[in-house]
Design a protein. Sequence first.
Length: 149
Amino acid sequence: MSSSSQQPTVVRVRGSCHCGAVRFEADADLTSGGFRCNCSACMKFGSFITAVGASSFTLLSGDDVLGTYQFGSRSIERRFCKSCSVLCFSKITAPDGEQVGINLNTLDDVELKDLPVVYFDGRHDDFTPRSEPAPVRRQGEPPTAGAAS
Ligand SMILES: [Zn+2]
């Protein structure tokens, strides 16, 4: 290892919705920051996400007020507070196990400006990490295309 700053650093983070009904904690490596995606849902939600293994995530309260939003392949359960509407996390069923995508915007006392950002072109099913936002529409693409993700 050439630099200690490159070591993964897992920390316990806490998050909550706006009204406070939903609270959770997770063990997450925030040194790698989070991702933003241009898919139709992430754009609307303003998502800023990091994924952790399901065993690293604990819902502390709010199971009774959490709604679920799914669309497309239905492989992602987006969980939001039915009281204040905040999207808190998503359950992601992947081939290598269940993950939880935490909405970093809901973490308490975390400086988001300090977190690196990776961008995905989810609108075109391209999850190659990018340093800048991918276009919502590629050149020549009609406005209604690419809402699959
Ligand atoms: Zn709430």
